[in-house]
Design a protein around this ligand. Structure first.
Ligand SMILES: NC(=O)c1ccc[n+]([C@@H]2O[C@H](COP(=O)([O-])OP(=O)(O)OC[C@H]3O[C@@H](n4cnc5c(N)ncnc54)[C@H](O)[C@@H]3O)[C@@H](O)[C@H]2O)c1
Ligand SMILES: O=C(O)C(=O)C[C@@H](O)[C@H](O)[C@H](O)COP(=O)(O)O
Ligand SMILES: [Zn+2]
Length: 363
């Protein structure tokens, strides 16, 4: 099978396969993607996803090549130092060596966590992503891996691109509505930062999540991943343009940490963060971005776009100070000069606070 896309990273190129039913061909697709054969495999799987799909994935492996399996409790809380250590122990107990390959089966939580285990085990072994959520179209590509710290999101991690991404879009069909909404926020983000006509396409082709055909989903995944791929190929280690993928995330990560990881999904927080960044952009550049129709569309899909009441504005600003884009205590925001034209801009605390306390209502 031909990949839908191939991503060129600093160390290697890797295929992204997107189609329904691919879990049944996991072994074959992985083997054809690896430059050197794997000595052994270990699957790190989200517990909920394992119940649904692990059997199919395992069945694709021949009897003499069956992977060992480590399960991870579902939810953001698993992106922790404790779970990371636990998994390293399991990886050692499974006797993985430097030619072994870890397979991440699940959403962004599993991919980020298993990817970081792979990045650090014996100073780095290969891994493959089997994304099972819509959000993971973003997390499975680009090589950002890592875990959370109580003080902030994704503060511990490594750039470690996968050897392949095998995306079985059929697995998305069992996702709860809330997870569709979460992942779709990153799809909208890709439209805002690099492909405004895609926003229009989404409105025409995705009137609701339940009405989406597999063909539409496959197309949506390809278009959204294409935006991400272009950026990470230009700047894998976020020295420049990759920061644009953080549109909406400065506030989002603060909200996630402040309200307790898992209380609000990553994508729900990103949706709120994007509205905030759009308003901030209009204020800083003194422009009208004309995004109201996209906001109405998002509301029709069930998004709540105001900052949760329990989040204190000063605490949110404090959290922003340990965002990875902050330099010398100055918060840097991804703003839009126009739709599809992002820029990384230092913003004064009082400007942020003023907008935070003014509330992020709807346009
Ligand atoms: N590395 C990156 O570049 C990157 C990009 C975006 C987001 N992220 C990270 O990704 C994480 C969020 O990922 P997520 O939204 O996939 O969350 P997740 O992995 O927690 O999955 C969401 C929920 O859906 C369930 N689930 C997963 N697949 C399912 C399926 N097919 N059917 C039924 N249930 C299913 C899971 O058990 C979980 O409860 C966050 O930690 C975020 O920071 C990373
Ligand atoms: O790939 C990137 O770069 C992104 O910023 C994608 C984001 O959607 C993602 O949430 C990422 O994990 C955030 O990166 P971080 O460096 O702010 O932790
Ligand atoms: Zn994100």
């Amino acid at each position: 099978m031909k990949p839908s896309l191939t991503i060129t990273s600093e160390s290697h190129a890797y295929p992204v396969y997107i189609h329904q039913g691919l879990r049944h061909s996991t072994y074959e697709l992985i083997e054809q993607s690896l430059m050197k054969p794997a000595s052994a495999y270990m699957i790190i799987a989200d517990e909920t996803v394992a119940d649904l799909y692990l059997r199919d994935v395992l069945a694709s492996f021949p009897d003499n090549r069956k992977p060992s399996v480590a399960l991870v409790p579902s939810g953001e809380a698993s992106k922790s130092l404790d779970k990371y250590e636990e998994l390293l122990t399991k990886t050692l107990e499974a006797r993985l060596d430097r030619q072994s390959v870890i397979i991440a089966l699940g959403g962004g939580v599993t991919g980020d966590l298993a990817g970081f285990v792979a990045a650090s085990y014996m100073r780095g072994i290969r891994f493959v992503q089997l994304p099972s959520t819509l959000l993971a179209h973003d997390s499975s590509v680009g090589g950002k891996t890592g875990i959370n710290h109580p003080l902030g999101k994704n503060l511990i991690g490594a750039f470690h691109p996968p050897s392949a991404v095998v995306y079985d879009s059929e697995m998305l069909m069992t996702m709860p509505e809330k997870e569709w909404r979460s992942g779709f926020a990153e799809v909208v983000k890709h439209g805002f930062i690099a492909d405004p006509p895609f926003l229009q396409w989404l409105q025409e082709n995705v009137p609701s999540f339940s009405s989406c055909s597999l063909d539409t989903i496959n197309e949506l995944l390809k278009r959204s991943i294409a935006v991400k791929a272009k950026i990470v190929q230009e700047d894998e280690r976020e020295q420049g343009v990759r920061a644009y993928l953080n549109f909406g995330h400065t506030l989002a990560h603060s909200i996630e940490a402040e309200s307790g990881y898992g209380t609000i999904t990553h994508g729900e927080a990103v949706a709120i963060g994007m509205v905030f960044a759009l308003k901030l952009s209009e204020q800083v550049y003194d422009i009208d971005l004309q995004y109201a129709d996209t906001i109405r569309y998002m509301e029709s899909l069930g998004y709540h776009l105001s900052i949760p009441n329990q989040c204190d504005s000063h605490e949110l600003l404090n959290r922003m100070k340990i965002d990875k884009k902050t330099h010398n205590q100055k918060v840097h925001y991804v703003l839009l000069k126009e739709l599809g034209r992002p820029e990384l801009v230092p913003v004064d605390d009082h400007v942020i606070l003023q907008l935070l306390t003014g509330g992020v209502g709807n346009k």
